[in-house]
Design a protein around this ligand. Structure first.
Ligand SMILES: Nc1ncnc2c1ncn2[C@@H]1O[C@H](COP(=O)(O)OP(=O)(O)OP(=O)(O)O)[C@@H](O)[C@H]1O
Ligand SMILES: Cc1ncc(CO)c(N)n1
Length: 269
């Protein structure tokens, strides 16, 4: 039977040749949620479980053409942005998203990976802060991105809560400060702030080094859940449960940090 009612999600992000993060993680995550995934590539990374070897940007016009191709024909119920790399792409993407008046927008402000790789030009951070983040329904900085956006050091859960409140002032609907880069008690606890509710989202902590792509997978899962009609906080809680399960079935491939197992029910032996 054909299906004309499947929700549509769009990812605007970079390609990860290793298949664990970026566009590849996003499309797998959308598919797992039974959401049709569409994509606008911003850049191509030559990347594996050990790190990023090379990045090639696409021209901003090419990014616009991809977004327009999807928006004018297929439609978009929810979108996420990931690695946008440079100021030109960020400004252009923000302009497009403003025009589309998309309510369900998740902005993963990708700047630094947990492995320490810088994934954005220095002069692009201001554009991200001023032009894109205010359009987000939900923004999902990791520990290091939250430090840059809040201008404070984050050492513990209390710091994450203060940072969440500061970042919220940039104008998004809600912020989730992610705790994958924390240690001790705060590891894998995320802080949610939407202007009213300050909540700690905690799931089981998984003892694995194979965490490549957790952030991309989380923001894609939030977008998928928004496309399915969930409210922002419920969408985020469900996404965190999904990432935890995918981490439990992470893949020990390559000699560095392997990716999460996006299709874990199919991976069970
Ligand atoms: N070991 C772990 N056990 C359980 N959950 C984890 C673990 N590590 C990360 N997470 C969760 O994964 C999600 C992504 O957070 P994280 O801080 O890892 O993002 P990130 O640094 O953007 O990821 P990446 O750059 O690797 O894509 C969060 O919900 C976080 O709590
Ligand atoms: C393409 C891409 N996007 C995002 C991240 C952050 O994990 C990455 N490592 N690579």
């Amino acid at each position: 039977m054909t299906n004309s009612t499947i929700p549509i999600a769009l990812t605007i992000a970079g390609s990860d040749s290793g298949g664990g993060a970026g566009i590849q993680a996003d499309l797998k995550t959308f598919a797992f949620h039974r959401v049709h995934g569409t994509s606008a590539l911003t850049c191509i990374t030559a990347q594996n479980t050990l790190g990023v070897n090379r990045v090639d940007a696409l021209p901003p016009e090419a990014v616009v053409a991809q977004i327009q191709a999807v928006a004018t024909d297929i439609g978009i119920n929810a979108a996420k942005t990931g690695m946008l790399l440079n100021q030109g792409i960020i400004t252009t993407v923000a302009g497009q998203l403003k025009q589309l008046k998309l309510k369900n927008l998740v902005v993963d402000p990708v700047m630094v990976s947990r492995a320490g790789a810088q994934l954005i030009d220095d002069d692009a951070i201001a554009a991200l802060r001023q032009e894109l983040l205010p359009l987000a329904a939900i923004a999902t900085p990791n520990r290091y991105e939250a430090q840059i956006l809040s201008g404070m050091k984050i050492e513990n859960l209390a710091d994450m809560q203060i940072a969440a409140k500061k970042i919220y002032r940039l104008g998004m609907g809600a912020v989730l400060v992610k705790g994958g880069g924390m240690s001790g008690e705060s590891l894998a606890k995320d802080v949610w702030f939407d202007g009213e509710n300050l909540e700690i989202l905690a799931t089981e902590t998984i003892d694995t080094k194979h965490t490549h792509g957790t952030g991309c997978t989380l923001s894609a899962a939030i977008a998928a859940n928004l496309a399915l009609g969930k409210e922002p906080l419920a969408a985020t809680k469900a996404a965190k449960e999904y990432v935890t399960k995918a981490l439990k079935h992470s893949l020990a491939i390559g000699s560095g940090q392997g990716p999460v197992g996006h299709f874990f029910p199919l991976l069970e032996k």
